[in-house]
Design a protein around this ligand. Structure first.
Ligand code: GUN
Length: 294
């Protein structure tokens, strides 16, 4: 069994981007820029947004953060998104989700200029992904594909089973891996909670991607010997021995599943850190596309 070190891989990607930004200085007087928009004061979202800003700073991107009150109107938020659509300093616009209930999330996502859609959530980005056109890919799925690539795990002809069908992870990762493209070409099954016998599917997976959002849901009896297991879960469970009173675990019962696998991502330190690294990658890509740089 080999651990897939997402923390190290994410650091590598960030270091590579930093170098690319250094080199950009010879070609352009501009640098990539990202704006993060946070509505309300959800503590987890604040942590994410802060980490995204720090990553930009470390790499040498321009970045700014809009902190908006929870009672901002949909109209005001739309006008802020529009302001950044028209501001060349920012190539990426990230609206942190979830948004307060009185705001229609789809409407906000659709207002983002697709060329600045570094989350890959705009219907135009999603459509391009499905038909196999190069576009801005959602960060977590893109991070999973990148991890497989860097660990030389070729999904071609392999049976990938994705458990979970969210728009942020399950559906886009399945669509990325089924493409006729290098690092993809997999046979993909998406399954979810309505399956009568989930293990019937998971047991046939050469590559199992768990994105369910339930702690330790994937148990050893559900996994084939020698499978590659990618755990996307980030779940809080009570732990009286931990300083904070809780610990973070994945969707996979790591202790019992890991010995059966050929490769597995730990939680934390697996897929998680890749999300921000790929957000940085997308911001860089959005910049190079707009400025016709390679
Ligand atoms: N909230 C949880 N994950 C994400 C993400 O990847 N992007 C955004 N914008 N919000 C999120």
């Amino acid at each position: 069994m080999e651990l897939i070190d997402g923390k190290k891989t994410a650091q590598d990607i960030r270091a590579e981007l930093k170098e690319k930004v250094e080199k950009l200085k010879y070609k352009s007087d501009k640098v990539p820029g990202l704006v993060t928009i946070l509505v309300g004061d959800d503590p987890a979202s604040q942590v994410y947004v802060r980490s995204k800003g720090k990553a930009c700073e470390e790499i040498g991107f321009n970045s700014t953060s809009e902190r908006l009150p929870a009672d901002i109107s949909e109209e005001e938020l739309l006008s802020i998104v529009n302001k950044y659509n028209n501001d060349d300093k920012y190539n990426g616009i990230l609206v942190q989700l979830p948004l307060p209930k009185h705001i229609n999330e789809d409407k906000i996502i659709e207002a983002i200029n697709p060329s600045k859609d570094v989350d890959g959530f705009h219907p135009s980005s999603v459509g391009n992904l499905v038909i196999g056109k190069d576009t801005l890919f959602p960060c977590t799925p893109y991070g999973i594909v990148e991890l497989l690539k860097r660990y030389k795990i070729d999904p071609k002809g392999k049976h990938v089973v994705v458990v979970g069908r969210s728009n942020i992870v399950g559906k886009p990762v399945a669509n990325l891996l089924v493409q006729k493209a290098e690092g993809a070409n997999a046979i993909v099954t998406i399954c979810h909670s309505a399956a009568k016998d989930l293990s019937q599917f998971t047991k046939s997976a050469d590559i199992l991607i768990a994105a369910i959002g339930r702690a330790n849901f994937i148990t050893a009896d559900m996994v084939k010997d020698g499978a590659v297991v990618i755990d996307v879960g980030i779940n809080r469970v009570d732990d009286s021995t931990a300083k904070k009173g809780y610990k973070i675990v994945g969707d996979v019962d790591f202790e019992n599943v890991a010995p059966k696998t050929s490769f597995i991502t730990p939680v934390p330190g697996g897929v998680g850190p890749m999300t921000i690294a790929m957000l940085m990658q997308n911001t860089f890509k959005a910049f190079t596309l707009v400025n016709n740089l390679d």
